[in-house]
Design a protein around this ligand. Structure first.
Ligand SMILES: [Zn+2]
Length: 404
């Protein structure tokens, strides 16, 4: 008996008794399954197309340690997205967020060198590698926590923000908030310059050998009452003079000075020692609302989402929006605004610029939905309603020696 395929097909139109059409269909199915399986193993691509990043590509290099990832999970609404930095041993290596109309934003801290990121949502997954190399710019931003002559390191925090057992903030906690604020300013500058078409340029923060942001602590020559007695501009000049005549002076430094003694005088019931100024490589800001800043980078989304109402003394600082998220947003935005002055920028007439009250929208860089406030029902906002470096400020900013 001749068992060749040709014989059976030619003579009977069957293969081993099975009609040839059925056999070819089965062979096609096997071949398709094999190639499908091969793609899965070789590239992990079955679901990869479902997650995309809008602002980063595999192999991108950055010169600052915290990146803002913006992406999409196709066809997924309110889906949890989990991003893991497989190269990191930091507590912040896993970030959870959720999508809004399929979009997501997430902050990720990088370690030096390569960072293998795994972004997963449901069965979809995207793997990407980003490289962080430290900046080589010799010009850097130096953070200084400026105390009065008493060295007092206790700062008032409204009770509503904390609890009866923790009515104040120690300078150690203020250190963390200051470091976090500076990292967010650095990321905001880079990501928004990139969006404006100037590349991921930003300033360099002074760091130690392990890459941690350094905060100097300097005790002033005067009591807080003596500083309070001066006008805002006089206080700025006085403190700056003390800084540049002390050990914190460095000719390549741009200073961000956080005055640590301003706050509420309970007897007088008003705030003292407020300062928010910046000019010629020095920015100065007071600590009165710094309690509203996140302790860690990973806490930022939570702070920007808190709709709790703040008491009347913070109305103005929250741009009359009377909520915690707004106080956090305006405090951080105003800090970067002053740093912009220190980099040589003047005010912008564009209402959406960092160098105008556009800085109140600092939160929108990192979020997709704004909580309600006394001025707005909140909700989604458009991409062009996020604070930006506009054509009135960006070209000048990138020429500053502190921006690389
Ligand atoms: Zn200004």
């Amino acid at each position: 008996m001749n068992l060749s395929l040709e014989y059976f097909v030619k003579r009977h139109g069957t293969i081993l008794g099975v009609p040839q059409g059925v056999v070819f269909f089965l062979l096609f199915c096997v071949a398709f399954r094999l190639s499908f399986g091969f793609c899965t193993v070789a590239f992990g691509v079955i679901s990869e197309s479902e997650i995309t990043l809008e602002n980063y590509s595999d192999g991108d290099v950055v010169r600052y340690p915290v990146v803002l990832l913006r992406g999409r999970v196709v066809g997924r609404e309110n889906e949890v997205v989990i991003i893991e930095n497989l190269s990191s041993s930091l507590p912040s290596r896993i970030v959870r967020t959720s999508t809004c109309r399929g979009r997501f934003k997430a902050l990720m801290e990088l370690t030096e060198g390569v960072n293998h990121l795994s972004i997963a949502s449901g069965s979809a997954r995207l793997d990407i590698s980003l490289f962080y190399h430290r900046s080589s710019n010799k010009h850097f931003v130096r953070l200084i926590l400026f105390l009065d002559s008493s060295g007092e390191d206790n700062f008032a925090v409204p009770e509503e923000w904390t609890n009866a057992h923790r009515p104040s903030l120690r300078s150690e906690e203020l250190f963390h908030k200051f470091q976090t604020a500076a990292l967010l300013w650095q990321t905001a500058t880079a990501e928004r310059l990139y969006d404006a078409g100037y590349g991921r340029r930003t300033f360099t923060l002074e760091t130690d050998r392990r890459g941690r942001v350094i905060v100097w602590k300097q005790r002033g020559k005067k009591s807080s009452e003596e500083y309070f007695a001066k006008s805002e501009v006089e206080r700025f000049r006085e403190i700056y003079k003390e800084i540049v005549s002390g050990s914190a002076f460095d000719k390549n430094a741009c200073y961000f000075i956080l005055t640590a003694f301003s706050g509420e005088n309970e007897i007088a019931g008003r705030m003292y020692g407020r300062v928010a100024l910046g000019v010629d490589n020095v920015a100065m800001f007071d600590s009165a609302t710094f309690f509203s800043c996140p302790d860690e980078v990973g806490d930022a989304p939570e702070y920007f989402s808190d709709p709790s109402v703040v008491s009347s003394q913070w109305f103005r600082d929250s741009a009359y929006r009377n909520t915690r998220w707004a106080l956090t947003s305006s405090t951080l935005g105003a800090g970067l605004h002053e740093l912009g002055h220190a980099f040589g920028l003047s005010h912008s007439t564009d209402p959406n610029d960092f160098m105008s009250r556009g800085f109140d929208r600092f939160n929108r860089i990192f979020t997709l939905v704004e909580p309600p406030s006394s001025l707005s029902p909140g909700g989604e906002f458009k991409d062009d309603e996020v604070v930006e470096w506009t054509s009135s400020t960006a070209p000048k900013l990138i020429r500053s020696p502190w921006i690389e």
